[in-house]
Design a protein around this ligand. Structure first.
Ligand SMILES: Nc1ncnc2c1ncn2[C@@H]1O[C@H](COP(=O)(O)OP(=O)(O)OP(=O)(O)O)[C@@H](O)[C@H]1O
Ligand SMILES: [Mg+2]
Length: 351
C-alpha cells in the first residue's frame, strides 16, 4: 500500500550491553527507525538481553548484522603480489597458515585489497600495477561464528552478515559522511577511531577513509569499575553505580580509575606511534566511542597523554531519526556507545 524502504538492524552483542539500531533506506537516505539498549545481567545472559532488546526496539526488520571480536578473530595487513580479486581469494587460502594461528579447516577466512591509499599514491604519479598489494586478511574461528549465528537465529532473527567490531567503526565513520576534501591536506593524514567498551578497546586507524591499522586491547570500562571497587572497598555492582553517577564521589572515582586510564592510554599511544612510524602517517585526530569513554575525565586524559586532538564521537550527527519510532533523548544520551551498532546497520546499503 505504501512503499517501505529496506531496513537492517545492526546488533552489537557487547559483553556488558546489547545495543541495536535499525536503519531504513528511504531512497538513498539512511534513516534511524529503531533503537534499543539493554544491559546484560550480572550472570552474563546475552540471549535474555537480546530478547529484551527486540521487545524494546520496535524494529521493522528481522534482518540483522552482528559482529565478532576478541581472541577468536585475527586481522592481518599483508603484502601480496599484484593480482585480481578472484586470484587473491584463491591465493590467500594458501598463504593464510603463515598468518593465522588457528586450524584452517575450522576457520572462516576473508580478505580485501586495500586500494584507496594506493590509488591516491598513483594519482601522484607512481604506477601501482607492479607494486605489491596491501591486503586485509580476516580469520575467525568457525565455532565463534556459529555460536553467534545460533544465538541470533534462536531469537527468530535472520543474520545477513557477521562483521568485526573494528571494521564496524570504520563503516560508521563512512556512513556519517566523509567529506571528500577531508584529505586534501595529503594522503599522509590519518584519524584514529577508538572504541572503549567494557572488556576491550578497539582501534581502527583510517587513512584516505580506509583502514590501515587495527588492534584490540583487552582493557575497558570493567577494569575501571574493578579499580573503583578496590579503592572504595565496595562490591562491583556498587562501584559501577558510583562510577556512573558522576556526583560527589567524582574525585575519588577519578583517582581510582587514573591508573587504568594511564595503562589504556599508553597502549593507544603505542599503537598510534607504530602506525605513524610504519605507514609514514600523521594521526591527527582521535575519535572516541564506547561506554568506557563516559568515565569522568577520560577524554581529556587521552587528549593530553597522546598529544592529539581528541573528541567524543557522536555518530548520529547529520543522520535523520524517525522521531515517531525512536526515543531520541535516550538514543542521544547513549550515542557514543552506539557506534559499532550503527556501523553494522550501515550494511543496509549493501543488503
Ligand atoms: N556514565 C558512565 N560513566 C562511566 N562509565 C560508563 C558510563 N556508562 C557506561 N559506562 C561503562 O561503559 C561500559 C560499557 O560500554 P559498552 O556498551 O561500549 O560496552 P560493551 O560493548 O558491552 O563491551 P565490549 O565492547 O567490551 O564487549 C561499561 O564498562 C560501563 O561501566
Ligand atoms: Mg562493544
Amino acid at each position: 500500500m505504501f512503499r517501505r524502504g529496506k531496513s537492517v538492524v545492526g546488533l552489537d552483542l557487547g559483553s556488558q550491553v546489547v545495543k541495536a539500531i535499525e536503519i531504513t533506506l528511504e531512497g538513498p537516505e539512511p534513516v534511524i527507525t529503531g533503537f534499543a539498549r539493554v544491559e546484560v545481567s550480572a550472570g552474563g545472559d546475552r540471549a535474555q538481553a537480546l530478547h529484551e532488546a527486540f521487545q524494546q526496539g520496535r524494529f521493522r526488520s528481522k534482518n540483522v548484522v552482528t559482529s565478532v571480536a576478541g581472541q577468536s578473530v585475527v586481522v592481518r595487513y599483508i603484502n601480496m603480489p599484484h593480482m585480481s580479486e578472484s586470484e587473491l581469494r584463491q591465493a590467500i587460502r594458501l598463504e593464510a597458515d603463515r598468518y593465522v594461528p588457528f586450524e584452517l579447516d575450522e576457520t572462516m577466512l576473508d580478505c580485501q585489497p586495500l586500494t584507496k591509499r594506493a590509488a591516491r599514491a598513483s594519482m601522484d604519479g607512481e604506477d601501482s600495477s607492479d607494486q605489491p598489494m596491501n591486503v586485509l586478511l580476516v580469520a575467525c574461528q568457525m565455532e565463534t561464528l556459529e555460536e553467534q549465528i545460533q544465538l541470533v537465529q534462536s531469537e527468530g532473527l535472520n543474520p545477513l552478515a557477521v562483521d568485526v567490531d573494528v571494521f564496524a567503526l570504520a563503516n560508521a565513520w563512512e556512513l556519517c559522511g566523509l567529506p571528500d576534501d577531508e584529505f586534501e591536506g595529503g594522503d599522509d593524514r590519518a584519524i584514529a577511531l577508538v572504541d572503549v567498551g567494557a572488556t576491550r578497546t578497539s582501534i581502527n586507524v583510517l587513512s584516505c577513509g580506509e583502514t590501515c591499522f587495527s588492534r584490540e586491547i583487552s582493557m575497558g570500562g570493567a577494569d575501571m569499575t574493578q579499580a573503583v571497587a578496590r579503592r572504595m572497598g565496595v562490591e562491583v555492582f556498587e562501584a559501577e553505580a558510583i562510577k556512573r553517577a558522576g556526583d560527589g564521589e567524582e574525585p575519588e572515582v577519578s583517582r581510582a580509575i587514573g591508573p587504568v586510564l594511564e595503562d589504556l592510554t599508553n597502549e593507544i599511544a603505542l599503537s598510534l606511534d607504530y602506525v605513524e612510524h610504519h605507514e609514514g602517517l600523521q594521526v591527527e585526530e582521535i575519535l572516541l566511542s564506547g561506554g568506557g569513554v563516559l568515565a569522568p575525565g577520560a577524554v581529556t586524559f587521552i587528549e593530553q597523554a597522546t598529544g592529539r586532538a581528541t573528541r567524543t564521537w557522536n555518530p548520529l550527527e547529520g543522520l535523520r531519526i524517525a522521531v515517531d519510532r525512536v526515543d531520541v533523548e535516550e538514543l542521544e544520551a547513549w550515542a557514543p556507545s552506539m557506534v559499532v551498532a550503527l556501523g553494522l546497520a550501515s550494511r543496509v546499503r549493501a543488503a
